[in-house]
Write a protein that binds this ligand. Structure first.
Ligand SMILES: Cc1ncc(COP(=O)(O)O)c(C=O)c1O
Length: 424
C-alpha cells in the first residue's frame, strides 16, 4: 500500500468547486436545479481582451516568474489609482490566480493565522496544508452587516497566545465572500492600528474590490501600506476566473518578502501562461470600454443580488443589505424551531434539504468557518446567461422585475422555492 499523508482526510474538494460538480451531475440527470452555490460571474470576455488574446497566441516562452514587466507596471499604476499608495510602496507579483498568492503568503509569513469568520472557504485548508494553526475571530451580526470589533480582535489575539499559538497574520476579505459586505473605513483603521500594535501582517483579499455597488474602492493599504499585502486579479470584476490571472501587491517595507514569494513561485508555478499575460495588460490600462464593462456588470449584479436579499428578508430571514459582489449570507435563525422539527439542525442539513426538497443548491455556513449549528448559507446570484443579460442592459433594457424574469429566470424563481421550503 502506498502511504498518504496522515491527515489527508481534512483536505476535501473545495466546497465551491464541489457544488459546481454536484449541480452538473444533477442537471445531467434531468433535475431542475437552481444553482446558487458557485462564485462565478457569468459575463462574457470583453472584445478588447478577446482581440488581445488572439493577437498574442504566438507568445510561447516562459516569462519572468514575477510576471511580464509591462503587465506588472500597468497593474501597479492601476491599483495605485484605486488604493492611493505611493508607487514605491509595492512590488507586483503575477500568479495563476490570487488563490496561489494567498497560499504563498501564508507560507512566507511565519506564525499562525487570525481568521475573521465568516471567511472564504480556502483560507483554513491552506493554513492546514502548511501545518499552521488558525484562531477564529467571529464578526458580530448587526442590523446591516457583520462587524469585526477591535475588542473581539484583541481578545482573540490574547486567547490564541494563551493557547500557545503565535498569530502573526490576518486575512481580511472585503467585499466579502460569503457576505457581499464590505468593511467601513473607520473599522479598517481600527483593525490596522491593532495589527500594527500586535505585530500582525495583513493579507488583504480585495478580489471583489471593483464589484462594489457604490463604486468606492476600499483598501486597508491606504492606511497601512507598510504591513499590508493586497491580493486581487481578473476573476471577479472581469468574470475571467478561467484565465487564472492573480495579482499580489507586496509591501517593499517587509524586507525579503517579495524575493521569498518570487522564489516560491519559481519552484512551483514558474509563470502565468504567456498569451494570457500579454492580453491581461489591456485589462489594467484603464480603457474606458473596459471600465464601462465592469460598471455595467456590477449594475446587473447589484440588481439581482438586491432582489435575492430583499426577497429572502421578506420571507423573514436575517439578510443584511448586500453592498457588493453576487453573494448573500442569510441567517435562518428566525426559523430555527421549525427547521429543527424537520430534522434540520446544522447548516449542512439546511443545504442538503434545500437541494433535495426544492432543488436549490447553496453552500453551508460551516464551509465559511461558522459553527455547524449556525443556520447560515451562502447564496450566490449567478445562475443566468450573462451574455444575454449584459446585451439587454446595454441596449437599454431597464433593470427592473421584468428584466429578472426574462434574463435571469432561475434567480427570479428562487425566492418562491425558499418560500415553499419554509412554509409548505
Ligand atoms: C474571497 C476570494 N478570494 C480569492 C478567490 C480566488 O480567486 P482567483 O484564484 O480566481 O484569483 C476567490 C474565488 O472565488 C474568492 O472568492
Amino acid at each position: 500500500m502506498i502511504p498518504l499523508i496522515p491527515n489527508f482526510s481534512q483536505f476535501e474538494l473545495s466546497p465551491t468547486l464541489a457544488a459546481n460538480e454536484q449541480a452538473a451531475i444533477l442537471r445531467a440527470a434531468g433535475k431542475k436545479v437552481i444553482h446558487m452555490g458557485f462564485g462565478q460571474s457569468p459575463f462574457p470576455v470583453p472584445q478588447r481582451l478577446q482581440k488581445a488574446l488572439k493577437d498574442n497566441v504566438i507568445q510561447k516562452s516562459y516569462l519572468a516568474t514575477a510576471g511580464l514587466e509591462e503587465l506588472r507596471e500597468v497593474t501597479l499604476d492601476y491599483y495605485q489609482r484605486l488604493v492611493g499608495y505611493a508607487p514605491n510602496d509595492y512590488d507586483v507579483l503575477i500568479a495563476p490566480g490570487s488563490k496561489l498568492i494567498l497560499y504563498a503568503l501564508q507560507m512566507a509569513i511565519a506564525g499562525d493565522l487570525l481568521m475573521p469568520v465568516p471567511a472564504w472557504v480556502s483560507y483554513e485548508p491552506q493554513s492546514a496544508m502548511l501545518g499552521r494553526k488558525i484562531s477564529k475571530v467571529y464578526a458580530r451580526f448587526v442590523e446591516d452587516g457583520y462587524v469585526l470589533t477591535p475588542q473581539d480582535m484583541k481578545d482573540a489575539i490574547k486567547a490564541a497566545r494563551d493557547n500557545g499559538q503565535d498569530p502573526r497574520k490576518i486575512i481580511l476579505n472585503y467585499p466579502s465572500n460569503p457576505t457581499g459586505l464590505s468593511i467601513t473605513h473607520k473599522n479598517l483603521e481600527e483593525i490596522a492600528d491593532i495589527c500594527r500594535e500586535e505585530g500582525i501582517f495583513i493579507i488583504s483579499d480585495e478580489i471583489y474590490g471593483q464589484v462594489t455597488y457604490d463604486a468606492e474602492y476600499r483598501s486597508i493599504a491606504s492606511v497601512a501600506p507598510d504591513i499590508t499585502a493586497i491580493t486581487t486579479g481578473l476573476s471577479k470584476h472581469l468574470s475571467l476566473g478561467g484565465w487564472r490571472v492573480g495579482v499580489g501587491l507586496i509591501p517593499k517595507q517587509v524586507k525579503g518578502l517579495f524575493p521569498l514569494l518570487n522564489n516560491i513561485a519559481s519552484e512551483t508555478w514558474s509563470s502565468v501562461a504567456a498569451p494570457i499575460q500579454y492580453a491581461a495588460i489591456e485589462a489594467f490600462k484603464g480603457h474606458a470600454d473596459i471600465e464601462d464593462h465592469i460598471k455595467a456588470c456590477t449594475d446587473i449584479h447589484y440588481h439581482l443580488n438586491q432582489y435575492v436579499a430583499n426577497s429572502l428578508r421578506d420571507l423573514g430571514l436575517y439578510v443584511p443589505p448586500p453592498q457588493a459582489a453576487f453573494y448573500n449570507y442569510p441567517d435562518f435563525a428566525p426559523f430555527k424551531a421549525q427547521l429543527n422539527a424537520k430534522g434540520v439542525y446544522t447548516s449542512q442539513d439546511l443545504t442538503d434539504r434545500l437541494l433535495s426538497d426544492v432543488g436549490v443548491l447553496t453552500l453551508p455556513g460551516i464551509a465559511f468557518g461558522a459553527d455547524p449549528e449556525t443556520l447560515t448559507l451562502r447564496v450566490s446570484a449567478n445562475d443566468y446567461d450573462g451574455e444575454a443579460a449584459l446585451e439587454a442592459y446595454l441596449s437599454g433594457q431597464n433593470l427592473d422585475m421584468l428584466f429578472i424574469e426574462k434574463y435571469a429566470p432561475h434567480i427570479y424563481e428562487a425566492p418562491s422555492r425558499y418560500k415553499t421550503f419554509l412554509f409548505e
